[in-house]
Design a protein around this ligand. Structure first.
Ligand SMILES: Nc1nc2c(ncn2[C@@H]2O[C@H](COP(=O)(O)OP(=O)(O)O)[C@@H](O)[C@H]2O)c(=O)[nH]1
Ligand SMILES: [Mg+2]
Length: 276
């Protein structure tokens, strides 16, 4: 507005504009270094504690709807799992300090090595880089997995950061996610087999599984086995695809993970992809 007023004076238009711009620039830049500088103090320190594994876990936003609208097959859609895996691969390629990635359904966990100093270990930076790289890759590689089926709208992923101070904690974290995967897969596989091959309605299938849901949901592995044996004995049509997608895991560095490798047979010492 000041510039406009000065310009009405006539012959000295160009010099007025230049001076006004110069004034604006000088005053704003000097103020940024003095008067407004204090706003930096509102930023919180989110540096991750040293010597801990940094785990970033992503989860798809509203994926029950996304899966429905994109006609994912039930209970597991190989294209969707492949796309998640490819997106995770892309994240691991970009962020070299990630040593393990584990995914299931619409979630993926990324484990950074304990000694990582990437982005000065700032949680928000790590999490947002992982989430944005993953999300853009999901869109970028969509066609590779879904072919001509269009992506109807941009998917989103939330992220969280959790720190684990010991190998045991990290191993238990991964076991927890794997148990979750197993439980959900077991339930979903039986449920959808009853519907798709057994001809039950979804309500009937839910009802049939109700009395076993405690065992399904409780994380009680012996309970799962009992349920499986029971089902196998009377429902011959159920093929045991319950392990489908139960584990997808890479690691690309072995040095820090020695103890985990000894304790858990699920991890390999070389860069390896497991998809069971
Ligand atoms: N049909 C199908 N659905 C899937 C597949 N993977 C993920 N989903 C859907 O994604 C959801 C992920 O769970 P959750 O994160 O709790 O739900 P959200 O809050 O809707 O994202 C599942 O409940 C399924 O509805 C798949 O391979 N096939
Ligand atoms: Mg989700």
């Amino acid at each position: 507005m000041l510039i406009g007023k000065a310009c009405r004076v006539g012959g000295r238009v160009r010099s007025c504009v230049v001076k006004a711009l110069a004034r604006l620039f000088t005053s704003s830049s000097s103020m940024a270094k003095s008067k407004f500088e204090y706003v930096r103090n509102f930023e919180t320190d989110d540096t991750c504690l040293r010597n801990c594994y940094i785990v970033v876990r992503l989860d798809g936003r509203n994926f029950h709807k996304f899966a429905e609208q994109h006609k994912f097959t039930k209970p597991n859609d190989n294209r969707a799992l492949g796309l998640m895996t490819q997106s995770a691969r892309s994240v691991m390629g970009e962020l070299e300090d990630i040593v393990i990635a584990y995914g299931q359904s619409d979630e993926f966990s990324f484990v950074f090595k304990r000694t990582s100093t990437l982005f000065k270990r700032r949680a928000s930076k790590l999490m947002t880089h992982v989430a944005s790289q993953f999300s853009s890759s999901y869109v970028f590689y969509w066609k590779e997995f879904f072919g001509e089926q269009p992506l109807l709208y941009p998917p989103g992923f939330d992220g969280r950061v959790v720190l684990y101070p010991s190998n045991r904690n990290l191993r238990d974290y991964l076991s927890w996610r794997q148990a979750d995967c197993h439980i959900n897969n077991l339930y979903n596989t039986v449920f959808w087999t009853l519907v798709q091959k057994g001809g039950l309605t979804t309500a009937q299938a839910e009802d049939r599984l109700k009395r076993f849901s405690m065992e399904f949901r409780s994380g009680d592995w012996a309970g799962h086995d009992r349920v499986l044996i029971w089902w196998s004995s009377i429902q011959t049509f159920i093929d045991l695809a319950v392990w489908h997608g139960a584990l997808s895991c890479w690691k690309n560095q072995s040095s820090e993970l020695g103890n985990i490798q000894q304790e858990g047979s699920k991890f390999s010492s070389r860069r390896t992809l497991y998809v069971v």
